[in-house]
Each structure stands twice: as C-alpha cells, then as structure tokens.
Design a protein around this ligand. Structure first.
Ligand code: CIR
Length: 255
C-alpha cells in the first residue's frame, strides 16, 4: 500500500474550526506527532509518499479530504470550505500516475472525511462540507464500478468519519450520538466509550489499525473485538484542528 501525506503547514494556526474553540497549536509538536504517524504507517508496511508542502494553506496536512481513492478510480473532491480548494491540484498531480481521475464540480461539495468506504457500499455524511449535489456526482462516478453511494445525516461533529470508521473486516466503530449505527446495515458496530467521543476515528489497514493513543478505553474495547494489531499514535496537536488519524493520509493499494 501507498500513503500520500503532506507536512503540517506553518499556517495550521489559522485552520478551519467548526465545533472546537481555537486553542494554540504547537507547530513543532504537531510536526513531531505527524512524523510518528508516518512512522506508524511505515511500520504497517505502507510506503509513504510526500505531497509538496503548502505552508500557506492552513489545513493542507488533512489530505484525506481532497480525494476518494478506490482500486479502480480516484475522485478528486471539491472541499466544502473554500479555503481548502487550492489543496486539490497537487493531489491531482500525485494521483494521476496511479488511478483514472474524476472530479466533483461546483456547486457540488464533498470532503473525503465524509466518505466511508465499506467494501462496495459507500456511506457519505451529509454535513456542512458535503452537499447532496456532491454526493450525487460521487454516485455517478462510482456506479459504473459497482459501488452504491448512500447519504447519511451526521450531527455534532465535522465529518462522518469523526463519527464512524471501519475497524475490521465487518466491523465499524461508531459514536452513536453523532451518527445512527443503523446507517451501516450488514456491518457489526461497536460504540466508543461515551467519555471518548472522538475515538471513532481509526485507520484500519487490515492486519493493523492506527488509533489515537489518548482513547485508552475505546482502544481497549477495540483490541478485544478485532484481530488487527492496534498501533497507537500521539495525535493531540492536530486534534485541536479537528483532525484525526484518517485525515492525514490518502491510502491506496499499489497497482
Ligand atoms: C477542517 O476543518 O477542514 C480541518 N480543520 C480539519 C479537517 C479534518 N479532516 C478530516 O477529518 N478528514
């Protein structure tokens, strides 16, 4: 597998914020944590590739939002926050060598953080970042490859994947206050510990799963129900920017 990442930009202190109050972000610490995240991915056998740094784009480390990459095709997004749209062209250049490309066009908006791929069924959060026009375009791009695309309401958090992510071959970890677990029919769901509302964002890679180390209770629960090896990483600086462990990479199967 390959993961594209981009270094934490100097402008991170001006990042978009929706649900959190602004807190000082320590750039040096955020970069150290990001390096540990890349090392964790590498320890899972993932080949890390770097996108060109964009120190001027405050949220450019959160590369997940700029593209939805499947085995057959990649869909470049049109992020819901206008401040993030200049992040996309460099991602297009990077992915062009790996996949056929499609794009979400205005007035559609779509953030990759709203797109949860569950085999051939794709569940997409309807949020202030992702509108129905964007979701319809995604469906049109992916239907030829046999994917279904289903919108789901999300409340109380930024993206669908703040509220639910894949955590095993047939398992989804969910914060039921933010998304209805019934949105994932045919999948087993495990709830986060209610004291750890942000713990539903995990990066499942098959044999391993990257998790934020601060969610000890949920991680303990996950380790009892999954066969994957949990790889905890420190992620508290970028959490202040409303980022989690899925946001900082675009993972694709090398083909
Ligand atoms: C934003 O509001 O766009 C960034 N501050 C955080 C994006 C996090 N991305 C993600 O969850 N996929």
């Amino acid at each position: 597998m390959i993961a594209w990442t981009r270094q934490v930009p100097e402008a991170i202190t001006r990042c978009e914020l929706t649900h959190l109050e602004r807190e000082p972000i320590n750039l040096a610490r955020a970069r150290v944590e990001h390096g540990l995240y890349e090392a964790a991915l590498a320890s899972c056998g993932v080949d890390i590739r770097h996108l060109p740094p964009r120190d001027d784009l405050p949220d450019s480390v959160f590369v997940e939002d700029t593209a939805v990459v499947l085995d057959e095709v990649a869909v470049l997004t049109r992020p819901g926050a206008a401040s993030r749209r200049d992040e996309v062209p460099s991602v297009r250049d990077a992915l062009a060598a790996h996949r056929a490309l499609r794009s979400i066009e205005g007035p559609g908006t779509l953030d990759g953080g709203d797109v949860l791929v569950l085999e051939r069924d794709i569940v997409v959060g309807l949020t202030p970042r992702t509108n129905l026009t964007g979701i319809r375009q995604l469906r049109e791009h992916l239907a030829p490859f046999g994917y279904t695309v289903t919108p789901v309401p999300v409340r109380g958090c930024l993206h669908l994947k703040s509220a639910a992510t894949r955590a095993g071959p047939r398992l989804v970890v969910v914060n039921p206050s933010w998304v209805d677990p019934a949105a994932f029919p045919g999948w087993e769901t495990v709830p986060v510990d209610p004291r750890e509302p942000f713990a539903a964002n995990v990066l499942w890679l098959g044999g391993s799963m990257i998790v934020a180390e601060s969610f000890a209770r949920t991680n303990g629960m996950l380790s009892r129900v999954t066969e994957s090896r949990l790889v905890p990483v420190p992620a508290s600086e970028l959490a202040k920017a409303e980022g989690g462990v899925t946001c900082c990479s675009i993972v694709l199967r090398d083909s």
